[in-house]
Design a binder for this molecule. Structure first.
Ligand SMILES: NC(=O)c1ccc[n+]([C@@H]2O[C@H](COP(=O)([O-])OP(=O)(O)OC[C@H]3O[C@@H](n4cnc5c(N)ncnc54)[C@H](O)[C@@H]3O)[C@@H](O)[C@H]2O)c1
Length: 387
């Protein structure tokens, strides 16, 4: 195989962006797309559209289209069923983030995924390819920071207006989307939290539902995390603040990292805190420091293409995956734990009980204002033949 033939399911905001990304690649090509709404195909430029097949029926798409790999870019509830169907047809998969809505559904997907080790299975965790994020990961894993004691991530610049929430009927509803800021806007930060720092043992959070918008899901979360090694974390997210903040601060034995406004700054202690605190004879004196402006190079604007390229290389020549599908459950579980804590008004231990959380989501779905059933493409034939 010289080129990987991709198909995309869901040609909305993200799927149409993936169409353009694949168009810029040399060892991948788009051969087919699938969407339950045929109007979605108008998002594809006419030149590309002339070269591909468009389907409205998933089963036909999977059995007839000339594709090696499928990108799943539909609303989150349907990620598992479509990815499972694709793997059963022998297709490599890239699933959009979040892996799905809750841990129980994600476990079902991963159970099937484990049966297909011959296929490449990845999640679109594109922010792992941001050079500064890769640098932070390296600084942590190489021991450069020493023991981490506190992590604060304020991610309140996900501002959204009411018109955003009104732009798609599945959005911000328990039945259609399954969650709010934790599930739609924050999956990247939740994944990076676990990628950088591991999973906490305990989470205590407050979640506010429709605090700033006329929506039923959470648009503000304040969470406190406790880790087995003594480290603590604070995670604060909102879609109702302007201008909002995106600031990651990591306090460690050898200094402090701040990543904000695209700038990565490391204030490095000349003497590690754990040593200085015991050996310094002056009561208020801190160690001297260096201010390090950490520079990174790389292709930050092409994050999604980076993942598609990585998967293409994995299929063609076994390149190691940046974001394996099975890692997607960790960030999801972190968000689920925050929501569960907020709903129950109590501290939640991790790993969470997948069944317990699924029951909570079912209760919320029962109260949902969104009345349509979650769309299932696999068994529908609403629009007939491929065209
Ligand atoms: N990685 C990222 O940075 C990123 C950014 C935005 C969105 N996303 C993810 O991409 C997914 C889609 O989001 P979006 O903003 O593109 O949504 P969207 O509403 O713009 O598009 C969804 C498309 O999927 C189609 N669709 C819905 N159910 C379907 C089904 N069962 N089968 C086939 N087609 C179906 C719809 O008709 C629509 O065209 C979400 O899971 C979202 O979280 C990821």
């Amino acid at each position: 195989m010289e080129k990987v033939k991709f198909g995309i399911v869901g040609i909305g905001n993200m799927g149409s962006s993936h169409v353009r990304s694949i168009g810029t690649m040399t060892n991948a090509e788009l051969t087919a797309v699938c969407d339950i709404n045929p109007d979605a195909f108008s998002r594809i430029d006419s030149e590309t559209r002339a070269k591909i097949n468009c389907y409205t029926d998933l089963e036909k798409f999977l059995s007839e289209a000339d594709i090696d790999a499928v990108i799943v870019a539909v609303p989150h509830y349907d990620h598992p069923s479509i990815a499972i169907a694709a793997m059963r047809h022998g297709k490599h998969v890239i699933v959009e983030k979040p892996i799905t809505v809750h841990k129980k559904l994600a476990l079902e997907l991963l159970e099937e995924s484990a049966k297909h080790p011959e296929l490449v299975r990845a999640l679109m965790l594109n922010q792992r390819t941001i050079p500064a994020h890769m640098k932070i990961k390296h600084l942590i894993d190489s021991g450069e920071l020493g023991k981490i004691t506190r992590v604060n991530w304020i991610i309140t610049d996900w501002f959204r207006t009411q018109s955003y929430y009104d732009s798609g009927d599945w959005r911000a509803s328990w039945r259609g989307e399954g969650g709010g800021v934790l599930l739609n806007q924050c999956p990247h930060q939740l994944d990076l939290m676990q990628w950088f720092f591991g999973m906490p043992e305990r989470v205590r959070a407050t979640a506010k539902f429709g605090k700033y918008h006329d929506i039923e899901v959470e648009d503000e979360v304040n969470a406190y995390l406790e880790y087995a090694d003594g480290k603590v974390g604070n995670f604060i997210a909102s879609t109702g603040e302007m201008p909002g903040t995106n600031r990651l601060e990591i306090t460690a034995d050898r200094g402090r990292i701040v990543f904000e406004h695209g700038k990565l700054e490391f204030i490095r202690n000349e003497i590690p805190t754990s040593v200085h605190i015991k050996t310094c004879k002056q009561g208020f004196k801190k160690s001297d420091t260096w201010l390090c402006d950490v520079r990174t190079s790389g292709d930050a604007p092409y994050q999604h293409r980076n993942i598609i390229q990585n998967v293409t290389n994995a299929i063609l020549n076994g390149e190691e995956l940046i974001s394996p599908l099975e890692e997607g459950i960790k960030g999801l579980e972190l968000g689920n734990a925050m929501l569960l804590s907020g709903l129950k008004d109590k501290t939640v231990e991790l790993p969470i009980d997948a069944e317990e959380f699924a029951v909570e989501i079912e209760k919320l779905i029962a109260t949902s204002r969104y009345t349509k059933n979650v769309k299932k493409l696999a068994n529908t034939d609403d629009f007939g033949n491929s065209f």
